[in-house]
Design a protein around this ligand. Sequence first.
Ligand SMILES: [Zn+2]
Length: 311
Amino acid sequence: MTLHPQPLQLFDTHGMPVHGLRLGCVDIHLGDKCGKFPDGNQVLVRGSATAAFDTPMMSNRIPDVLASADMVILGHVHEDHTAGLHLLPETPVYAPEGDINALRSLEGLARHYGYADGIAHTMAARAQTDFHYMPRPDAQSYADQTTWDLGGVQVRAIHMPGHTAGHSVLMIEPLDIAFIGDIDLSSFGPYYGDACSNLGDFRRSLAAIESLPAQAWITSHHKGVVTDRASFLALLSQFRGAIDRRHEAILAAIRQRPSTLQELVSARFVYPVHFNDVFVPSVESRVISQHLEEMLAAQLVHQTDHVFHAS
Ligand SMILES: [Zn+2]
């Protein structure tokens, strides 16, 4: 089946245009700057029933469109993906079992982040003030390979963890369109800085997604829609490469000078030095620690007291 993307434009509640694409029964409404964080891209799949995939900030601009959803399926739980759920308090919502507690309570969201003392709760509170986060204790969890029959079109969850424990690709069948969420093909690269993130899982998911039999890929942020495999593979290679570049940069720093984790955190390997926010040290620590674990296992470094040395 060949997909022919059609331009899709509608107007938000302020009369401003919202651009997007239609791929068969799938509508993609692009957020600000093609869904760049803190915004995202809103996907709606229409069979006899309609499913919304995630609810980014931009969904607040098109509440009537979002209201046409009979259900919401979250590919993963993060504050920027639940920002329109408050508009649909009665609509059934599904989230992957690895992330479900982050949707059911604010405390669960704080544990999901797992940042240092106090900071996780600050970020959870920010999810409420800046992203309309509203806990959904009634949210239903789904497992790998769960399917939803929308009538004429089916959605299948494929567990691809790493970004979060539950992060899943939502495959639209038989069109073979993959909603790949925060495997977002951005130049920032993979994010694995939360307690629920896992670098090893992310590496395995990035290997697995390459052979997924899709003919279109929709990201939550940045790229929006990719409709040819060669472009997807090039973007995926660049995205995956960010992990290896970070790995080499951390190793080079240790080779130059034996360092503690705290010294490496101060040197910054995730965020640029001019970017500051309360969560930055926690994220740098979580990310760098996972690379150090890999280096220790590969005997590229060894540890004496709290100092990491090149082997
Ligand atoms: Zn995310």
